[in-house]
Ligand binder design. Structure first.
Ligand SMILES: [Fe+2]
Length: 364
C-alpha cells in the first residue's frame, strides 16, 4: 500500500514539476520517495524513485530530464544509505536526502554547464530551501499517514501539489516569454544569412560565463535574456548594410552604431525590461573606454554587458562569413587574452578562456 501510494505520488509530482527557469524545474517527488523509504524501506524508495524517473522523462519530454533525474537519484542514494546506517532515523534520512540533492544539483551544473565545483556548490546551496522542501514534506507525509491513514497521505500531498500550481503557471509564462524573445532574436539573425543563430549562440556562451563566475540563477536569467536580444536594434538597420563585408560609408557606419541604442529603446517599452534594455545599450562598450555608444570605461560598464560583449566577440570571430573563414577556438582565445584589459574586462576574459578550454566544445 505504502509503495503504491509513494509511486503514484512521486509520478504525479514529477508530472507537475514547477519550472524555475527555462530548462530547469523542480518537483516534490522527494516527498513521497522519502515517505516510501521510511514506510517500506529501500525497496519502497526504489519503486518511488523509478516511478518518478519515468514520469520525469514523460513530463519534461527529456528537456530538463537529466537535472531532475540526477538530483533525485543522488537524494535517494544518500537518503537510503544514511537511513540504513543511522538506524531508521527519519530526520537523518531527510537531511541526507537533501544533501544528496544539493550535490546532485551541483554535479549537473559542473558537468552540463561547465561551472567550477565551488561555484556550482554555491549555486546549489542557494537553491537549498527549494531542494529541502521535498524531504521536509516527506516527514509530514509519514506523520499524516500514521495519524489519519492512507487518506491523510493523499489529501496532504494533493494540498501541496495544488499549492504549487500558481508557481507552475508563472514558470510556464517565463518559458513562454523566452519563446517570444527567441522569435525576435531569430528575426534579427535572419536579416543576414551569415549570422544565423548568432543570438542563440551568444546567449548560450554568455550563460555559461555567467554561471562560471558564480552569478546567482536569477542574474543568469537576466544575462540570457539580454544576450538573446543584444542585437534587437538591428531590426532598424537595412539588411544590405548588415551584409556588406567591409567599406561602410560614414553614414552607414552611423546607422550600424546606433543599434544598441535602438535596441534599448525598443525594449524599454516593455514593463520590467529596463535593466535588460540598459545591458543591451552597453554591449559594444570597451573596457578601455573606446567603445560605443557612451564610451563607458571599466566597471562603469554593466557586468552583464561585459559578459555579452565577450560572448559576442568570440562568436563573431569563430563564425564563417561569406568573405572569410572563422578563426579556430585557440586563435580566438589568444586574441581575447591579448585584448584583456583593452577591449575586454581582464578578469572575465581570463575566466572565459579557461572555461572554454575546460569545457572543450566551443559552442553553447
Ligand atoms: Fe551588437
Amino acid at each position: 500500500m505504502e509503495v503504491l501510494l509513494a509511486a503514484a505520488g512521486s509520478a504525479a509530482a514529477e508530472l507537475l514539476a514547477v519550472p524555475v527557469a527555462p530548462g530547469t524545474s523542480v518537483s516534490m517527488a522527494a516527498a513521497p520517495v522519502l515517505f516510501a523509504l521510511l514506510a517500506a524501506g529501500p525497496a519502497g524508495a526504489t519503486a518511488g524513485w523509478m516511478a518518478a524517473v519515468v514520469a520525469a522523462w514523460t513530463g519534461s519530454g527529456g528537456s530538463d530530464f537529466w537535472s531532475r533525474a540526477v538530483r533525485l537519484t543522488a537524494g535517494v542514494a544518500f537518503g537510503t544509505a544514511v537511513w540504513g546506517v543511522v538506524w531508521r532515523n527519519t530526520a537523518a534520512a531527510a537531511t541526507a536526502m537533501t544533501v544528496g540533492m544539493v550535490l546532485g544539483d551541483a554535479a549537473v551544473l559542473c558537468v552540463r554547464h561547465g561551472a567550477r565545483v565551488s561555484r556550482a556548490l554555491q549555486a546549489a546551496l542557494r537553491r537549498l530551501p527549494v531542494l529541502a522542501a521535498g524531504p521536509g514534506l516527506g516527514i509530514g507525509l509519514v506523520w499524516l499517514r500514521e495519524e489519519f491513514g492512507p487518506l491523510g497521505f493523499v489529501l496532504g500531498f494533493l494540498t501541496v501539489l495544488m499549492g504549487l500550481e500558481p508557481f507552475r503557471v508563472s514558470g510556464e509564462q517565463v518559458v513562454l516569454l523566452r519563446g517570444g524573445m527567441r522569435v525576435i532574436a531569430g528575426a534579427v539573425d535572419a536579416k543576414d544569412p551569415d549570422t544565423a543563430s548568432h543570438s542563440e549562440r551568444v546567449a548560450a556562451l554568455a550563460v555559461r560565463l555567467a554561471r562560471a563566475v558564480g552569478l546567482p540563477e536569477d542574474e543568469v536569467e537576466a544575462v540570457a535574456a539580454a544576450a538573446l536580444l543584444h542585437d534587437a536594434g538591428k531590426v532598424a538597420v537595412d539588411a544590405r548594410i548588415l551584409r556588406k563585408p567591409a567599406g561602410l560609408s560614414p553614414e552607414e557606419w552611423e546607422v550600424v552604431r546606433a543599434h544598441p541604442v535602438v535596441g534599448q529603446e525598443i525594449l524599454s517599452g516593455i514593463p520590467g525590461m529596463d535593466r535588460i534594455a540598459r545591458v543591451i545599450r552597453h554591449h559594444h562598450e570597451r573596457w578601455d573606454g573606446g567603445g560605443y555608444p557612451d564610451g563607458l570605461k571599466g566597471e562603469q560598464i554593466p557586468l552583464h554587458s561585459r559578459i555579452i560583449h565577450l560572448a559576442d566577440a568570440y562568436d563573431a570571430m569563430t563564425s564563417d562569413r561569406a568573405y572569410r573563414k572563422g578563426k579556430s577556438r585557440d586563435e580566438a582565445l589568444e586574441i581575447i587574452l591579448r585584448e584583456a584589459g583593452r577591449q575586454f574586462d581582464p578578469v572575465l576574459a581570463r575566466e572565459f578562456a579557461s572555461m572554454l578550454q575546460r569545457g572543450g566544445a566551443d559552442r553553447g
